[in-house]
Design a binder for this molecule. Structure first.
Ligand SMILES: [Ca+2]
Ligand SMILES: [Ca+2]
Ligand SMILES: [Ca+2]
Ligand SMILES: [Ca+2]
Length: 249
């Protein structure tokens, strides 16, 4: 078999491998924050699949009808990127039905405050307020399971008429996630688990500034993704492509 034929077959084989590249956010060298979309995660693992329960992605295409008969997301949503994640209201839905993992690599050590952009969707268990749709599980640290109940409550936990379904609000979670000097450059995992169905998250920010307001948070650009090859055995993809390139030049 001619070498060129073998190389062509090898290239086809490389290209045909499953494209399951990691989604890793890489903090900019001069940035004191990391910002990213909730719907752009590294993985979604379901712990209850009968039927699928927990987090789903919603967007402005007409694929999800809310308990009030409107589309989620509504066309006038303020969700960043026009998409968000939602703890599915259409299925009976316990705690910890699913886990979403975000991966981040920091360039600066420090204490990072967590902020997130959230909304509530009625799940019909109590239509007089959003008290049953306002919480999620967060981790206490990087690389740990999400076991800390975090509830928005507060003034946005308003009674009925779904005035803000699909309208997102920023919350300063008050939590600090410390990046040690030894963790700089490492890939850190941030895990969240669903809790109350109807809870929705649009965007996350980690910042060393503890008192950012909504305008400041909205002004932050999303953090770039670390370029990674498709899910090949460690280094094989790059090595193979490098070898091919060497032979072809
Ligand atoms: Ca309710
Ligand atoms: Ca609640
Ligand atoms: Ca749930
Ligand atoms: Ca979003």
């Amino acid at each position: 078999m001619k070498r060129s034929t073998i190389l062509s077959m090898l290239l086809v084989a490389v290209c045909a491998m499953p494209a399951a590249a990691s989604v890793i956010y890489e903090q900019g060298g001069g940035d004191d924050y990391v910002a990213f979309e909730a719907e752009l995660f590294d993985s979604l693992v379901r712990h209850d699949t009968s039927p699928d329960k927990g987090f789903i992605i919603i967007d402005t295409t007409p694929t999800y009808t809310t308990s009030f008969g409107s589309e989620a997301l509504p066309s006038d949503t303020n969700a960043s990127g026009g998409a968000a994640i939602l703890d599915d209201t259409r299925v009976s839905n316990a705690d910890h039905s699913s886990t979403i993992t975000y991966k981040i690599t920091f360039a600066q050590a420090g204490d990072y405050r967590l902020y997130y952009h959230y909304s509530h969707f009625e799940d019909v268990s109590n239509t007089t307020n959003y008290g049953n749709e306002d919480s999620v599980y967060l981790p206490s640290d990087w690389n740990t399971a999400a076991n800390v109940l975090d509830s928005t409550g507060g003034p946005d936990n308003d009674p009925i008429n779904h005035p803000h379904e699909g309208l997102y609000f920023w919350r300063n979670a008050g939590d600090t996630y410390t990046v040690t000097a030894g963790q700089v450059g490492q890939v850190l995992e941030f895990n969240i688990d669903d809790r109350e169905s109807g809870y929705s998250l649009d965007r996350f920010v980690f910042s060393t500034t503890v008192d950012l307001d909504s305008a400041a948070l909205n002004a932050l650009s999303n953090t770039a993704l670390l370029p990674t090859p498709a899910a090949l055995p460690a280094g094989l993809g790059l090595l193979t492509l490098a070898a091919l390139k060497r032979r072809w030049v």
